[in-house]
Design a binder for this molecule. Structure first.
Ligand SMILES: Cc1ncc(COP(=O)(O)O)c(C=O)c1O
Length: 458
């Protein structure tokens, strides 16, 4: 029996129209889009689960805050209101606003990395990895083994393998300017990281005298899952868990498009004054003056309110239960999904659902197309289209271990009936899965091909 859908701790004040499409219209749209869901227009999509980033619904308080925005170039009241909430929640000594998370990552990379440096993390998100690579440095992923096993029910599959981290620092320590950890671990299935693990990372960083930065996009969802799954913190508030987690680090990057529930915005945070000063100079060059950093004053105000709302426990309970509800609904209908449910998305195991399609015929891409054609649902392929690469020395194609389709859930946006539609659609897709064919690439660029490649049925 699937649990009741969680009670939404809000009511709807403003709505956005969804165009209901027919199967024939969706087939035509797919053909026009070269069988790549990134090429669809948003009104060709009925339920858009492409990303949870910047796609959430702002509250009436956030819209009201927008009107309070102070657009002064320097020293705006909006900045001071943001500062108060950032200091309360993150607790670092210094911070800079940025236009989104990758801008914060770009500045951090610019001021810290040299050729051939190594930056370990559980799993770097693709923009973090790209920012590191763009400085001729190397991102290294050290997530625990369970993190790559779709059948493991480990409660913290985002944890860093501490032995591997120690080993890396023993071998290559001189080349490691800082360590990172991503909470929750988006590129590794949206899985949380335990406080015990972050304490372990801190201890190792202290031993080797390395700063620790947290990629904190989903810090509130991670803190809520810590409260639920890590006994010691069950009576702590989410804000206290988050503050303690940040106290274990030397700085953080943050995309406010996730847990601050805004459509645009980011932060870069530090304790080190010297790094902060260097970052400030970079920020002025790339983003703007330090009291607005690439955002309008009104965006700072919306972020200030959103940070508080993102930590609200009735919201976080609903949010994570909604993800779990979708997960359980899919499991109950025979759709293979990666467990346990994380904070912001469910990941469908296309490899398990379509064993007749080899990785060379992109089973996750084929499944994402079928979900769209059957029910107008747009997810994202996280399989061989996105992650396979060719070894330059041998020419061999290296396929990723899992072929997944991610359904990311925008915050406060879809209701029970929308998610029921997702479950029913995927149940039908699963029943007819043997009829789904693989796809082949018609055209693709050399890098980041998943965004623009076109495909045809095999
Ligand atoms: C874990 C993680 N880090 C960094 C980013 C980059 O943030 P932004 O999209 O705001 O640049 C994302 C975005 O999805 C993310 O999920």
């Amino acid at each position: 029996m699937i649990k009741k859908h969680p009670f939404e701790p809000f009511r709807i004040k403003s709505i956005e129209h969804i165009t209901i499409t027919t199967r024939q219209e969706r087939e035509e749209a797919c053909n026009r889009a070269g069988n790549n869901l990134f090429n669809l227009t948003s009104d060709e999509v009925m339920i858009d689960l492409l990303t949870d980033s910047g796609t959430g619904a702002m509250s009436s308080e956030q819209w009201a805050a927008l009107m309070r925005g102070d657009e002064s170039y320097a020293g705006a009241r909006s900045f001071r209101r943001l500062k108060k909430n950032v200091e309360e929640i993150f607790g670092f000594d210094y911070f800079l606003p940025t236009h989104q998370g990758r801008a914060a990552e770009g500045i951090l990379a610019a001021i810290t990395l040299k050729d051939n440096n190594i930056v370990p993390s559980n799993t770097h998100f693709d923009t973090t990895a790209a920012n590191i690579l763009s400085r001729n440095a190397v991102p290294v992923n050290l997530v625990i083994e369970e993190g790559g096993d779709p059948n493991s029910n480990h409660p913290f599959k985002g944890n860093v393998d501490l032995q591997k981290l120690r080993h890396l620092l023993e071998e290559e320590g001189d080349n490691v300017p800082f360590c990172m950890v991503t909470v929750t671990n988006n590129a590794g299935g949206g899985q949380p990281v335990s406080i015990e693990n972050i304490e372990g990372i801190r201890k190792i960083c202290d031993e080797f005298d390395k700063p620790l930065f947290i990629d904190s996009c989903r810090f509130a969802e991670n803190s809520w899952l810590v409260k639920l799954r890590e006994e010691k913190y069950s009576s702590w508030s989410v804000k206290d868990i988050a503050k303690y987690m940040f106290s274990l680090a030397d700085g953080a990057t943050f995309s406010a498009k996730k847990d601050a529930i805004v459509n645009i915005g980011g932060l870069l945070l530090f304790n080190d004054k010297k790094l902060f000063k260097m970052a400030k100079n970079e920020l002025i060059m790339r983003e703007g003056f330090p009291t607005y950093g690439g955002l309008a004053g009104r965006d700072l105000d919306a972020m200030a309110v959103g940070l508080q709302e993102g930590c609200d426990e009735s919201y976080l309970k609903y949010r994570t239960e909604q993800v779990a509800w979708l997960y359980e609904g899919l499991v109950a209908n025979g759709v293979p999904v990666v467990g346990p449910p994380g904070g912001h998305a469910v990941y469908i195991d296309a490899g398990a659902m379509l064993p007749h399609i080899p990785a060379s015929e992109f089973p996750a891409q084929a499944l994402s197309l079928e979900a769209y054609i059957e029910g107008g649902i747009r997810g994202v392929e996280v399989g061989s289209v996105m992650l396979a690469h060719t070894r330059p020395d041998t020419g061999e194609i290296i396929y990723p271990p899992l072929e997944l389709v991610r359904f990311a859930i925008p915050r406060r946006t879809y209701t029970e009936s929308h998610l029921k539609h997702v479950v029913n659609t995927m149940a039908k897709v699963a029943q007819n899965s043997t009829k789904i064919n693989g796809v082949k690439i018609v055209e693709a660029p050399e890098f980041l091909r998943h965004f623009t490649a076109t495909f045809a049925q095999v």
